[in-house]
Design a binder for this molecule. Structure first.
Ligand code: LLP
Length: 417
């Protein structure tokens, strides 16, 4: 396809140059309709049995996005007390929050206990710690099902090479610990990894978790985790994650389990990326184009501080070039490296990428930045984090988070008088 943003009318008739004239570059621009559409899709993954979708808010914690989740009847998972507080801020009831932490202190655990937030424990030691703090309580355990998958080894969250979950061989010790503290294990959860474009690894992981589930009596819920992908190569016509095919494949597996188990527990999934990735682009200005050793560098203001995924995981983000607010057609393509403004050689948005002839002053529109984009931003090189704006359903442009200022960078320092 020549242009994704034109094909979906991403800016809803707004001129991107007007948006950056008001909010500067770089800037994260969200589209409310696209986010709502994805949130609605995840609530329909399982329709035959009790089911809730938990949006995994680590993908994006902007309060306006959490509010959309609240309105679209999506529950949420939180990894930290900070994430719980973000959910409190927009009015999420505690019953709609699932706390799935890793290596937390007594204080953090107590925060969830005091609010009756269902918590999943990720090791035998954390289960015992929970038992000490809340004897007689009800909780879940995160299982490491022994197999993982994902787009990069750094996002594989199950299997033999990861810190996450309790391995199946330790299930007897889960029961011993639960008995010692009179804990009720009400649920089990897993998350095998992030970004599958085919349902197979997830379906295999569901079957595996259901096999393990039979070792637990009377579970109230089983959470299969997240990981559904989005097409990051959409300009090359990569298809969407086949959601309907996936849902259809899931049904007979659940039917069989429910018969064998004797009742249907509440099933859950935990998508992050799928809900928000396609709902955002970054607009970034080209400030310099140069040649270094026969390689052309397109130098922008979108550094690894603004979008770290390419530097951290070699992730691909499609990029469109805008001139005077209009998409430059993808003809006359040149191979370029696209860099940011950070003092690191790894500060590259793309290597050897074909772009239509790009000049100083163009805007780059970096696609699919809604998940693990802003939530992984930093102030490296003392660069304040950018603004986030939302194209609302009615076409208006709304600021949803101010850009940081230099004053914000100074705010927490002490002892320089
Ligand atoms: N549940 C748990 C327990 C998780 O650890 C994660 C992601 C999710 C759900 C949501 O996974 P998703 O549906 O978004 O794939 N920063 C990386 C992704 C890290 C994912 C970590 N866990 C990236 O930018 O690709």
């Amino acid at each position: 396809m020549n242009s994704y943003i034109e094909s979906v009318d991403f800016f809803k008739g707004n001129d991107p140059e007007d948006i950056v004239a008001t909010y500067g570059t770089p800037v994260y621009v969200y589209n409310e309709d696209i986010i709502r559409k994805h949130m609605q899709a995840v609530t329909k993954v399982i329709t035959r049995y009790p089911y809730t979708a938990n949006y995994s808010i680590k993908a994006n914690t902007n309060l306006s996005i959490l509010k959309i989740a609240l309105e679209e009847h999506v529950n949420c998972d939180a990894m930290s007390v900070g994430e719980i507080k973000m959910l409190e801020k927009v009015g999420f009831p505690y019953g709609r929050i699932f706390f799935v932490p890793n290596n937390v202190s007594n204080d953090e655990m107590q925060y969830a206990i005091d609010r009756n937030i269902m918590t999943s424990l990720d090791s035998l030691e954390q289960l015992a710690q929970y038992g000490e703090l809340n004897p007689g309580g009800k909780c879940a355990v995160r299982i490491n099902p022994g197999v993982g998958a994902g787009h990069h080894e750094k996002v594989v969250t199950a299997g033999k090479k990861t810190k996450f979950g309790i391995s199946e061989e330790f299930i007897p010790q889960i029961f011993e610990t639960a008995e010692k503290y009179n804990l009720r294990i009400a649920g089990i959860n897993q998350h095998i990894g992030s970004l599958f474009m085919k349902p197979d690894p997830y379906i295999a992981a569901v079957e595996n978790l259901l096999r393990i589930a039979k070792q637990f009596e009377d579970l109230e819920f089983i959470d299969f985790g997240g990981g559904y992908g989005i097409p990051y190569h959409k300009l090359d016509d990569e298809p969407e994650y086949p959601m309907e095919e996936f849902c259809a494949a899931l049904e007979p597996i659940l039917d069989k389990f429910v018969v064998e188990y004797g009742h249907a527990p509440l099933f859950k999934s935990e998508p992050g990326r799928y809900c928000v990735a396609e709902g955002s682009v970054i607009l970034s200005r080209v400030h310099a184009v140069k040649e270094n050793n026969e390689k052309i560098y397109v130098g922008t203001d979108c550094g690894m501080n603004v979008l770290v995924r390419p530097s951290m995981y070699d992730s691909w983000h499609d990029i469109e070039v805008l001139r005077d607010g209009k998409v430059v057609p993808r003809t006359d393509m040149r191979e370029v490296n696209i860099s940011g403004n950070i003092c690191e050689s790894g500060d590259l948005l793309a290597h050897d990428r074909l772009l239509p002839g790009t000049r100083k002053g163009d805007l780059l529109c970096i696609l699919d930045t809604g998940a693990y984009g802003y939530s992984m931003c930093s102030t490296y090189n003392s660069r304040p984090r950018p603004a986030e704006v939302m194209i609302k359903s009615d076409g208006s442009v709304k600021l949803i988070r101010h850009a940081e200022t230099y004053e914000d960078l100074f705010a927490l320092y002490e002892g320089i008088e």
